[in-house]
Design a protein around this ligand. Structure first.
Ligand SMILES: Nc1ncnc2c1ncn2[C@@H]1O[C@H](COP(=O)(O)OP(=O)(O)O)[C@@H](O)[C@H]1O
Ligand code: SF4
Ligand SMILES: [Mg+2]
Length: 345
């Protein structure tokens, strides 16, 4: 997997909200790769910029938000038959409402959004909405689109899918609505599925089922997934590779086993220490770590974690901002415990 070229490369992404009161640097220099067929988990406390990062990828940032720097490179298979080379396009340079971005959004990259109700309109049946999406992205007629919709609903375990086509989202249980959302996201065979905290609003048993379902669909379709969560238990269940975020920046990246068994960054360690058992706490949100998160307009200079860090080094951590750099073959961290200020790139 690692030898393959990444399908998506996010490079030094910066997305800011420019308000009268000041600038919120919601995403402030984030980089990570997603390889074909890989599940990348992005974890961090509420407000750290996870949703803004993935909305940037999809180019659906609402005003006054703006991508002010960086690249989002998508490697598409040229020729369409899988045999050609991969051409990289920078999504940041595309018109957010243009034809190319619209065909990527929902076609190549699909989203299960954070707000479960936001996915479906209450005034149209779920069947109509799934069929609509298919017609938008695939060269098929209405009858065929309906068949695909039924097939997708069946695949995600919705019973009697033919009848469910005529249901409204609010008529479904939480678990079924979740499955219907996944069916809609998968309706156009995306190469990348982005799931933004998709299991937050459902009960533990349904959550486990949804995670299993996503895993098996991912393997069947060799699809890549970016899975966003504030819940380390969920990360342990689903991710191959982990990106730990804090205040708009990446603290640590690495394979899931290394992140859980040999965390390097003080923030990752604090997150892990605060859960006694991964298994017992799969629904527990990240508990509070000592110290409070600085106000978004009032970010201190230096390492974003320094006001809460047990390893804080005065004169270094509050003066310089650490960049993400490798600590071994697998993990990278942004922390002066591992890199001298002089080594900054
Ligand atoms: N529309 C907006 N206007 C101003 N600030 C925003 C907006 N959307 C998000 N932000 C700010 O960006 C930061 C990251 O938000 P978000 O990506 O939603 O966090 P999360 O990690 O919980 O998904 C937060 O400080 C939030 O207040
Ligand atoms: S750079 Fe300094 S403050 Fe930041 S995490 Fe490392 S030791 Fe802590
Ligand atoms: Mg969010």
């Amino acid at each position: 997997m690692e030898e393959s070229q990444p399908y998506l490369s996010v490079r030094n992404l910066q997305t800011h909200f420019i308000l009268d009161e000041g600038v919120v640097k919601a995403v402030d220099g984030v980089s990570f790769d997603v390889h074909p067929g890989q599940v990348v988990g992005i974890v961090g406390e509420s407000g750290c910029g996870k949703s803004v990062a993935i909305k940037s990828i999809l180019r659906i940032i609402e005003k006054p938000g703006r991508i002010v720097g960086g690249e989002i490179l998508l490697r598409r298979q040229s020729g369409g038959n899988g045999s050609g080379g991969a051409e990289a396009i920078n999504l940041v340079e595309l018109d957010a409402h243009g034809q190319e971005m619209r065909s990527i959004r929902g076609g190549e990259i699909a989203l299960i959004p954070q707000e479960p109700m936001a996915s479906f309109s209450p005034v149209h049946t779920i069947g109509n909405q799934i069929i609509e999406t298919i017609l938008l992205h695939q060269p098929v007629g209405k009858k065929e689109a309906e068949q695909i919709a039924i097939e997708r609903l069946r695949e995600v375990g919705v019973p009697s899918p033919e009848q469910r086509l005529n249901a409204y989202s609010w008529e479904l249980s939480g678990g079924l609505r979740q499955r219907a959302m996944i069916a809609m996201a998968l309706s156009c065979n995306p190469r990348l599925l982005i799931a933004d905290e998709p299991t937050t609003a459902i009960d533990v048993t349904t959550q486990a089922q949804v995670l299993n379902l996503l895993r098996s669909l991912q393997q069947q379709h060799n699809m890549a997934i970016i899975f966003i969560t504030h819940d380390l238990g969920v990360i342990a269940q689903i991710a191959d590779y982990v990106v730990v975020m804090y205040l708009g920046r990446v603290m640590e990246t690495g394979p899931v086993d290394d992140i859980f068994h040999a965390p390097k960054h003080p923030y990752t360690k604090a997150l892990l220490k605060s859960i006694p058992s991964i298994r017992a706490t799969s629904r527990t949100p990240l508990p509070t770590i000592e110290g409070s998160i600085p106000h978004p307009f009032n970010r201190p200079p230096g390492c974003p974690f320094y006001p809460r860090c047990p390893d804080f080094m005065p004169g270094t951590c509050d003066q310089h901002t650490p960049e993400v750099q490798p600590v071994n073959e697998r993990q990278s961290v942004s922390c002066f415990l591992y890199h001298a200020v002089a080594d900054q790139v």
